[in-house]
Design a protein around this ligand. Sequence first.
Ligand code: GDP
Ligand code: MG
Length: 598
Amino acid sequence: DEQELIRNFCIIAHIDHGKSTLADRFIEKSQIISSREFQSQLLDSMDIERERGITIKSQAVTIPFTSKDGKTYKLNLVDTPGHVDFSYEVSRAIASCEGALLLVDATQGVEAQTLSNMYMAVEQDLEIIPVVNKMDLPSADIGRIREQVDHDLGLDPDLIFPVSAKFGTGVDELLEGIIEWIPSPKGTLDKPLKANIFDSHYDPYKGVIMHVRVFDGELKLGEDIKFYSTGKVNKVEELGYFRITRDSKKSLKAGEVGYIIAGIKDISEVRVGDTITTLKNPCEEPLDGFRDVKPVVFSSIYPVDADQYEDLQAAIDKLRLNDASLVYEKDSSAALGLGFRCGFLGLLHLEVIQERLEREFGLNIVLTSPSVRYRITPKSGEVYFLDNPTEFPDPGVIERAEEPYINAVIITPSEYLGNIMNLCTAKRGIQTELEYLDEKRVEIKYEMPLAEILFDFYDRLKSVSRGYASFDYEENDFKETELVKLDILLNGDVVDALSQLVFKGSAYDKARNVCKRLKGEISRHQFKIPIQGAIGSSIIARETIPALRKDVTSKCYGGDISRKKKLLEKQKEGKKRMKMVGRVELPQNAFLSVLRTD
Ligand code: GDP
Ligand code: MG
């Protein structure tokens, strides 16, 4: 049986524990590419990912490995995204494997994401191999990690593979361990085709390339495939294995991991977690776990210069080719002109899109304050969702407003417990669990509004724990909230792009903050400018910019005419980057600084 020579596995780890580095060592050892071509952290193919050290898109690679037993195995490494925004993708990648390497940094120990990823792997019945990385570092503490692996993870510490992914130490032993401990796939070749899509990407020449794991059956070139969730049918144009480049084959069989190209141009037709079968001989039931992922964070994107609107549209269209989870529609603002209302999987996803628009496309953009999606029950009519402050209805017609909650898990050294509990309470968290993992470390769980972690939560958690606390979360349900729309008025006029949907209890602080920052950004005018924060008609915060006393050119009177001209020209230049709100000149920068989340 060919399946006996296959091992499908993933690496799960908390961020920075060395997943990408270990994947690189595997690829290097397999010599599927020459060392000249070898680029560090190959699996993180996007620039921003490489810079930030975060794997966002999962990648897969088939690594040939000849074991001590003389047989050559096909090791299919399914890389998983390393960030909580993408936990659904992680779960689908895990579901495509029989085993997982649970990687723990020897200097850091078990952290929040290590645990949550392990629970996912346990749920899918994966064989889990504990791997302790960074053994080359002097502060590596294998004794402590052994205890954590035993106690926190419930795994056998004698099974630990100590490695240094950086220097390759222990990697050969680990490869042998994968063959010994991870079971081979047990699919049935003569059953109808059943394959799981765990990722996809867009190729300008070939269209959408699906990353799949075949569970049962065999798929041949030229066959018609059917997508379970949509019922759509497409013809297979190419299929094969991943070897960094595509290694095309005539068929993909039960137990294998590879890619399928089927003339699909729109990536939103291909859904992660969907089941593929054949038109001729369809399977009876899809694989478990499919879910339609929906964006959870929303923000509007505007070009700083209205002339760049079309470029912005083209850039977003292009990003969307490769990213089905980015959703957008046209939006417009009196203050900022034409733009796009976009939905993201989380804050990191938002930041990555923002950075790519700025860096890869050279655009100058403004993003409005990120918002979650609220569920509104009106006094009459149907329940609907609301994320855009400009669509906030008359509060009188709202019967009930609800906001999305998360289940947060934090692991921290016990000396920071008090600080962290204070922070979580300030963020409206409700503690649901507190457990000492050992005498020095505590695991705490909270139900918390998602909106609260959109603003400075990570940073504050890091600072109150001196960087030692780790955090992870999963979506919970909606809970009732007191929702208001906070408006910002400049000289009596509402600046629509600065409006936010907020919890009433936080509105006062937020309003004060924005008013203060705006005061710092707007220069004096000939008249006094009030800056106000308001909920409906009630003013809840106020700052005032005093009127200008002197004309800027006055000091030049009687003096050098050309100097005066230059000064006026400079002023005109400056005006171009100003937006007029009523009679007030608002610098574009003001939007950026006001909306910054720190
Ligand atoms: P990921 O976020 O889990 O993919 O982690 P990376 O592979 O990007 O590694 C995070 C950081 O740890 C990088 O700076 C690596 O160079 C470093 N690193 C990874 N493995 C080792 C190791 O075995 N020893 C040492 N000293 N550093 C390592
Ligand atoms: Mg990585």
